[in-house]
Design a binder for this molecule. Structure first.
Ligand code: UDP
Length: 471
């Protein structure tokens, strides 16, 4: 920082879902670490978490209109939704934030705004104020490029079987098509994102790959800025998104009691709610695979004191007794970075949410992929086919926001086979582990002095400084 170029004043506006908030706030801390004045516009509960975990960030707090959307006070994160209807209501409530956030931006215009693409109106506000604005969608650029290819080929029929991603650098087949309803919503957001001055990407260039970055930038004329992985900015044990339901000390001591590279970690992010029948298959698959595991199962709303009868709907009788030594079930929010970073963990059975994927890559943990919705199906292709750091479990059904009954269950047999393929050794598993280690090194390197993301951040700051100084 010098006197000629005083610090930039940046406003970050994250969407209120853990998978969006966590990475965008991490990216915000990267700017703050370079001495810039960063304000995150947040709601009261999350502001409390940020105050503790990221003291370098300034906060502007807006009340979340939970009641207006029919939620009890205190609900501020989309992960509280347990149904598609709830998710819709929650999204409606976030649209009401437009008024107080716009007012704040007009009264305190910054040098630049970085906003989640779920707030498409921000770019109009920024344009009116003649302030550069950047979009963030929380996806990998590989996925955004693939979505763009699908979007710009309307002839592609939705709602039916496998298809080749059109006009893409490589021949990549996706196993199922998104429902029309989901693409219509997403397409509108992706289109509005193009109004911004660029896309902030929570990934590093080596992972998305130059061919996909060029494909996106040439095809859309929109610049992508790879600044991640944001998770490397977090301290292990830091509260991210929500408070962990387990004692970290007990968890670490359980993991310490295990052999190195012997535990399968199973978690499906913050939004996915499987029906009991699917959880039952998962329990059987994990038991049959006979490896140690940590399994995160979201708590059911209003079912804190679950009866034995209720439990047996998703957990085979006697499961907990039989697996008392082998397995740990965490009912609720788990400290994912801490688990992935532990030497006992050998594999991550994941829904391929982009944050979970990137966190596994950064920790060098190979993945067993089981996408559920949206970008997760694209991320699976990147993880397995393109980068070779994971194996598919065999999920093909797209479920809206991960709720509701599924027509096709992923069977216990598929699950145990996939776990064994990665955990029982052999050439294929070894090669995947080698590649996972290689990408973990590249991830760390990208944020070091002279690394790709480090350089991108320097270039973006210089660009924003020029824009401000010539305004
Ligand atoms: N996460 C966590 N503990 C949990 C579940 C999720 O810390 O029990 C974090 C995880 O580390 C990641 C985020 O929540 O940073 C989930 O984001 P992702 O993109 O993987 O999935 P989403 O929740 O958006 O489906």
């Amino acid at each position: 920082m010098d006197h000629q170029h005083p610090p930039l004043n940046l406003h970050f506006i994250p969407y209120l879902a853990p998978g969006h908030l966590i990475p965008l706030c991490s990216i915000a801390t990267l700017f703050a670490a370079r001495g810039h004045h960063v304000t995150v516009i947040s709601t009261p509960c999350y502001a409390q978490i940020l105050r503790k975990s990221s003291p370098s960030l300034h906060l502007h707090v807006v009340e979340f209109p939970a009641r207006e959307a029919g939620f009890p006070d205190g609900v501020e994160l989309m992960s509280a939704a347990n149904s598609l209807e709830d998710a819709r209501k929650f999204h409606y409530a976030t649209t009401l934030l437009r008024v107080p956030i716009s007012r704040f931006l007009e009264q305190h215009p910054p040098d630049c705004i970085v906003a989640d693409f779920f707030y498409p109106w921000v770019h109009d506000v920024a344009n009116n104020l003649r302030i550069p604005s950047f979009a963030f969608n929380g996806f990998s650029l590989f996925t955004v490029a693939a979505m763009e290819s699908v979007r710009s080929n309307p002839a592609l029929d939705s709602d039916s079987g496998p298809f080749v991603i059109p006009d893409f650098p490589h021949h990549i087949i996706l196993c199922s098509r998104p429902p029309k309803m989901a693409t219509a919503f997403m397409d509108r957001l992706l289109e509005t994102e193009m109004k911004s001055d660029g896309l902030i990407v929570n990934s590093f260039a080596e992972l998305d790959g130059v061919e996909y970055i060029q494909h996106y930038e040439k095809g859309t004329g929109h610049k992508a800025w790879h600044l991640g992985p944001g998770c490397l900015a977090a301290k292990i044990g830091e509260e991210r998104g929500k408070k962990s339901v387990v004692s970290e000390k007990e968890l670490v001591s359980w993991l310490n009691s295990k052999q190195p590279k012997s535990v399968v970690y199973v978690c499906f992010g913050s939004m996915c709610r499987f029906p009991d029948k699917q959880l039952y298959e998962m329990a059987c698959g994990l038991e049959e695979a006979a490896h140690d595991f940590v399994w995160v199962v979201p708590e059911k709303k209003g079912k804190e004191d679950e009866s034995e009868e209720e439990k047996e709907k998703w957990l085979p009788k006697g499961f907990e007794e039989r697996n008392a030594k082998k397995g740990l079930i965490i009912r609720g929010w788990a400290p994912q970075l801490l688990i992935l970073g532990h030497t006992a963990v050998a594999a991550f059975l994941t829904h391929c949410g982009w944050n979970s994927t990137l966190e596994a890559i950064t920790a060098g943990v190979p993945m067993l992929t089981w996408p559920v919705v949206g970008d997760q199906f694209y991320n699976e292709r990147l993880v397995t086919e393109v980068r070779g750091v994971g194996l598919e479990v065999g999920a093909t059904e797209w479920r809206l926001i991960g709720y509701g009954e599924s027509e096709k269950l992923v069977t216990s047999d598929c699950i145990q086979k996939a776990v064994r393929r990665l955990m029982d050794g052999g050439d294929e598993a070894q090669e995947i582990r080698r590649r996972a280690r290689e990408f973990a090194d590249k991830a760390k390197q990208s944020l070091r002095d002279g690394g790709s993301s480090h350089n991108n951040l320097t270039a973006l700051i210089a660009h924003l400084t020029r824009l401000r100084d010539t305004r």
